[in-house]
Structure formats: C-alpha cells, structure tokens
Design a protein. Structure first.
Length: 113
C-alpha cells in the first residue's frame, strides 16, 4: 500500500509538470521527485544487497549463471527490483527534463532565447 501511494504521488507530480507548471512549481516538483527517487533508491539498494545472498542459494540449484538470474527475476524480490530499476530510470529522465525546462526559463528571463 505504501508503494502504491508513492507511485500515485509521483504520477501526479509528473502530470503536473507536463501540464506546463511555472518555474517555481517545476522547481518544487523536482525537489519532491528527488526525494521519492532517494526513497526508491534506498529500497532498490536493499534488494541488491539481499540479492547477493539469495543468488548464491539459487545458483546451487541452477545449471548456469543465466538460469540463476532468471530464477532471481521470478522471485517477488526480483520482480520488485526490476520494477524499481525502471522507476528510477524514468524518474532520472523526468528530473533531467525539469532541469532543462528551468534552464530555458532562466535564459528566457534574460532574453537569451
């Protein structure tokens, strides 16, 4: 439930930014998204540390490293790890675009564009 609330808040912020928020609002959205990025990053880090131990157990029953990777991906933790990887990637891209829009707005304020 906690993750669903975070996901909904992130989506709301992204939609708000996409609708043409003011530079001040974009800045605030960027800060909030950075906070969510940090929370998700910490959860991803915990899963990666857990994976190191669990993967060795899975490798004992697998015929290859690739098979052990697939067995990991099939676990709940592996699925969550993959979901977090994609969320972190799209958050990086959204935050980069927000920063770009802020730079353009700054340039416009000095009649550079």
């Amino acid at each position: 439930m906690k993750n669903q609330n975070i996901d909904n808040r992130i989506k709301e912020l992204i939609i708000q930014a996409a609708k043409g928020a003011s530079p001040g609002d974009l800045s605030e959205i960027g800060v909030k998204l950075s906070g969510y990025y940090a929370l998700l990053g910490e959860e991803f880090q915990d899963l990666i540390v857990f994976q190191a131990d669990r993967w060795l157990e899975l490798r004992k029953d697998a015929k290859s490293d690739k098979m052990a990777d697939r067995l990991w991906d099939a676990t709940e933790e592996g699925k969550r790890s993959n979901v977090l990887r994609f969320k972190l990637k799209y958050l990086e891209r959204v935050m980069a675009q927000i920063n770009r829009r802020l730079r353009v707005a700054e340039g416009e304020s000095f009649n550079r564009y």
